[in-house]
Design a binder for this molecule. Structure first.
Ligand code: IVH
Length: 681
């Protein structure tokens, strides 16, 4: 771009943004979405960065406070906001305790005290106090980054504005913002009268009320708060969950009346049953009971795996059930080509929600249930999970059994099951419109590249025009600018807003980009773990290709990433084996340049090094040792090779120790390892 072009665009942006500010603030009549507005502001900032000489007197970037973007600002959590693993039975709870015991290497007779409290169906919120004053309230978002809702949270009466003297300098209280059942019903009644938005359940109502641009709207909604934990803190007023929660309660935060501490599993489960029994009578929705290991030193050692702590568990209540009639079975084609049968049902209310569809998962499930169109079935709905058919009640043998298609209903390609797999998939790849559309939709979705303005409708329009076939095409849409402006529903303004939003993603986060490709088994958590280990996408690809070709070192490197098992390795290998995927990948990486993925880890002598643990460890389990090493930025490998930097050997170490000696790799014992971990803080 030339300087003259940049000057022209900056002038246009200054005018546009000023106009949208007026529309939004003075006239309450915005013409563009918050995301489109943000894209304009970002484009302005980007141009000013490239051409600092061109920053205008009337630049939107200079108007402090004049451009509250409409959208809520994003905030990065100092400590990630995690989610919880679920348990659905007493056995699951026993397994959880077993895992904790093994990880901590505790003797069988050592008790593990747990706290228990209801799992509130609201949205989590982190309240940050500095020097005793509330300075930030943030929603959970994706766990790493949430939205700034400080002004709104200040309007919630149950949230203290300050902490008493003596509280730590920095303290983030975390808990649930929720709406009572009664307030929800009253709100919906009012909304109905005034023609406002009707909320599906109290949780949606709470979320919609907290995530408001105008705090006055939040203030008018009766929101409540229950504290259940904390985030970043400069000091902890106790050594156990129960002690700290007590202090938080003493500071004036509401804490559940059903918060208890138990030393044994029987009384824990009795408490669960007690809460379950009074669930319907509680003034707010709950969907289970949360257990937490009481001792905080144990919590710290247990740490987290993926996005959930090893020291906490959500014991869910059993799903609610209802009966209805199966009216049809449709086949949907997902973005990975999976053919999923969907049951169409006569509408029925389950757990307060009207259900008309249920998943039937796959061909085997239909056969297992023996489901036929016209059957009377039992439907189950558990929390947010898609409703399921659990049982067929009447069986009319006269009705024909369902025949699962052997061709894709979308593109007519053959549909087959991979070896050893139950799922049937369309083999049409990117020629299949269902997959093309779904893949692109996933690619731009919020968890992936998050390109605002490129919604389902737009993708459908562009794929129909053949402008979009693969992700890289998104970054070439600007070639169709003039043509697009002429189309119905598009004006120069909306086209440019979209193109600006796309341009803003030329340096995407590598993990989101990887996740966006929709490789099987590579969810966002796995994508992040992989990027943490490999840093750049080309390095990851090199390892995946080498592992696929049978290179043992590459395989070891991949599987040393925590949470990466054979299924992920195979999926990555398969992905890079398919010529079309490689083409699409190369094409994409010619359009976008993700910066190297940097992870904040504690610096230590082993940061960036590859370690091998061998022999038996006495104070640590293998999992804990591995988690410690990863927290220090080291990689843990399973075997000693030329790439190994350090071996930690316990008693009984054999061939690996020998190999280390041969290769001249440094060897230390467990005590030295513990000292190293302690020294790193
Ligand atoms: S503890 C690291 N306790 O459930 C532990 N969470 O499914 C994080 N929730 O995001 C949460 N009631 O929003 C905890 N008593 C409770 C809770 C609770 C509701 C929510 C919370 C969390 C989600 C995880």
């Amino acid at each position: 771009m030339t300087e003259a072009e940049a000057a022209e665009e900056l002038e246009r942006l200054a005018r546009e943004i000023a106009r949208h500010n007026r529309l939004y603030h003075d006239q309450d009549a915005p013409e563009i979405t918050d995301a489109e507005y943000d894209a304009l502001v970002r484009r302005n900032a980007e141009l000013e960065r490239q051409f600092p000489r061109l920053v205008r007197e009337d630049s939107p970037s200079k108007q402090v406070g004049a451009s509250p973007s409409g959208a809520l600002a994003k905030v990065r959590h100092a400590v990630p906001m995690l989610s919880l693993d679920n348990a659905f039975s007493d056995e699951d709870v026993a397994d959880f305790l077993g895992r904790v015991r093994r990880f901590l290497n505790l003797p069988q007779d050592e008790g593990i005290a747990l706290t228990a409290e209801p799992k509130i169906d609201g949205l989590s919120c982190s309240l940050r106090y500095e020097k005793g004053r509330l300075v930030l309230a943030a929603t959970r978002g994706d766990g790493t980054t949430g939205e700034d809702v400080t002004a709104n949270a200040r309007t919630i009466a149950e949230i203290p504005q300050s902490l008493p003297p003596g509280a730590p300098d920095v303290f983030e209280v975390r808990g649930e913002v929720y709406m009572s059942k009664a307030a929800f019903a009253a709100l919906n009644a009012r909304q109905e009268e005034t023609g406002g938005k009707i909320f599906a359940n109290p949780r949606n109502a709470a979320a919609g009320s907290l995530r408001q641009k105008d705090p006055a709207v939040t203030a008018a909604r009766p929101l409540c708060f229950l504290a259940h934990g904390w985030g970043e803190v400069s000091g902890l007023p106790g050594g156990t969950q129960a002690e700290v929660v007590d202090v938080i309660r003493g500071w004036g935060f509401p804490v559940s009346d059903d918060f208890r501490r138990f030393a044994d599993m029987a009384s824990l489960l009795a408490h669960y049953r007690g809460i379950e029994a009074k669930r319907a009578d509680l003034p707010f929705d709950i969907d289970g009971v949360v257990y937490k290991v009481d001792r905080l030193d144990w919590q710290r050692r247990l740490g987290a795996i993926g996005k959930a702590p090893r020291w906490a568990l959500a014991h869910k209540f059993p799903a609610e059930r209802a009966q209805t009639t199966l009216t049809a079975i449709d086949i949907q084609v997902g973005r990975t080509g999976k053919l999923t049968p969907v049951a169409r049902l006569e509408p029925v209310t389950v757990g307060g929600v009207v259900v008309t569809n249920a998943t039937l998962h796959n061909k085997d499930e239909i056969e297992r249930l023996g489901a036929r169109v016209g059957d009377r079935v039992v439907l189950q709905r558990a929390g947010d999970v898609i409703p399921q058919i659990v049982e067929v009640l009447t069986r009319d043998e006269d009705r024909p059994p369902f025949v699962f298609p052997d061709h894709c209903p979308q593109c007519g390609s053959e549909a087959v099951a991979e070896e050893g797999e139950v799922d049937i998939r369309c083999t049409g790849g990117l020629i299949c419109p269902a997959q093309r559309f779904e893949r692109l939709r996933h690619f731009v979705s919020r968890g992936a590249l998050d390109i605002e303005g490129l919604g389902e409708k737009t993708i459908a329009e562009f794929t129909a025009l053949d402008w979009l076939k693969e992700p890289a095409d998104i970054f070439r849409l600007h070639r169709h600018r003039d043509e697009l402006i002429g189309r119905e529903g598009w004006q120069a303004k909306s086209v440019d807003a979209l193109l600006t939003a796309i341009e803003a993603k030329r340096q995407p986060d590598a993990a989101r980009l990887l996740f966006g490709l929709g490789i099987r088994h590579v969810g966002i958590v796995t994508a992040r773990d992989l990027m943490k280990c490999f840093g750049t996408l080309p390095r990851l690809r090199e390892a995946a290709v080498a592992a696929h070709a049978g290179d043992a070192d590459a395989l070891a490197e991949l599987t040393s990433v925590s949470g990466i098992g054979p299924a992920v390795v195979a999926a990555l290998g398969d992905f890079f084996h398919e010529p079309h995927n490689i083409e699409a990948w190369d094409d994409l990486l010619a359009e976008v340049q993700p910066p190297e993925y940097v992870v904040e880890t504690r610096q230590s002598p082993v940061t960036g090094k590859t370690l091998v643990f061998t022999g038996s460890l006495e104070t640590l389990s293998r999992d804990e040792a591995k988690a410690q090493a990863e927290a220090l930025g080291a990689k843990v490998a399973g075997s000693v090779s030329a790439k190994t930097d350090l071996v930690i050997a316990g008693p009984g170490a054999g061939s690996k120790l020998k190999k280390a000696a041969e290769l001249g790799v440094e060897v230390i014992d467990e005590a030295a390892w513990n000292a190293l971990v302690a020294a790193a803080g």
